[in-house]
Design a protein around this ligand. Sequence first.
Ligand SMILES: *Cc1c(COP(=O)(O)O)cnc(C)c1O
Length: 412
Amino acid sequence: MPGGVSSPVRAFKSVGGQPIVFDRVKGPYAWDVDGNRYIDYVGSWGPAICGHAHPDVTSALQEALEKGTSFGAPCELENQLAEMVINAVPSIEMVRFVNSGTEACMAVLRLMRAFTGRDKVIKFEGCYHGHADMFLVKAGSGVATLGLPDSPGVPRSTTANTLTAPYNDLEAVKELFAENPDAISGVILEPVVGNAGFITPEPGFLEGLRELTKENGALLVFDEVMTGFRISYGGAQARFGVTPDLTTMGKVIGGGLPVGAYGGKSEIMSMVAPAGPMYQAGTLSGNPLAMTAGIKTLELLQQEGTYERLEATTKRLINGIIEIAKENGLSITGSSISAMFGFYLCEGPVRNFEEAKATDTERFGKLHKAMLEKGVYLAPSAFEAGFTSLAHTDADIDATLKAFRESFSAIA
Ligand SMILES: *Cc1c(COP(=O)(O)O)cnc(C)c1O
């Protein structure tokens, strides 16, 4: 396998050393093939918000397994999950399930073009929208970590329609609209950025994009593959009160199985085949196993106090990390929202990818290694957000902060 991994973000290229090979996961923990236990803050890159292998999810999966793994025909479970997503996410009136976040973003881009009859799209530097050609421009963590400015194999003619702006910079977006009249189908962004470390939208940024897109007859698309059902039950759009036209989802809605989705206003989604002419299909899309894991995960998230608990756990962790780093005389800036957090080893604020690059990646590599040795698994990149789950207890956070205390003092 290239680099020994099935996805580049799993490699340890940017932090040094070899990737850890996992044997099993449960709750907030992962065990490697040598039997070492880690407190896990990657959570399969987002899906494990209820903790790994939650018994309600695994037992529902066992039951679903008996009825078959794929129908290639409609199933009731799709309708159930669709209803849950529509009820939860303000912008979604109609939804199509796919098998990954990448697929959702590819499809949403086609839909943006089909609906507006325009070919260009605006994305932000450091935002990742999967690995489709059109989006592999200034695409954040995975690409940035490996130091690839772009990717070979992506035709210039394809990315010619991709315009980029710095995150949190409304003026730059305004200029792009002015320079490309009636040519821009829409603006796509991570409403909270998790693929360039952790960057939050400044007050007015999301609202400004909503206005600008409306004024220019373009669509606003939130890529909530990472933030959906994590920043709040209704995603970042519910938390920030800004409703896009279209939304992509993935990670949490699959509860650890491969699922993606895109949805939005019925008027726009009715363009999708067979309701409309925009073609998009999938042999395993909406399969009963994936739908079951998604439904059970969302049911668990609906329990009283879920997001308050996630918020409190994550705040305690990030506040602790920042305090300990400062005690050791290290530059640090960091924050959290709900069950997502991140820090940079530099002075803040970090409002965009350019500012994020000030983080001390060499020191982060040392920190990463020290934390691993103390049984804490952080994402192997200085440009990834961290994820907490309902399974992380106060004792897990205490143990993590103890490991940070020892590690920061060792690398200071
Ligand atoms: C992970 C991610 C994707 C891609 O999803 P995959 O399931 O890995 O294809 C797209 N957008 C965002 C914001 C993501 O975090």
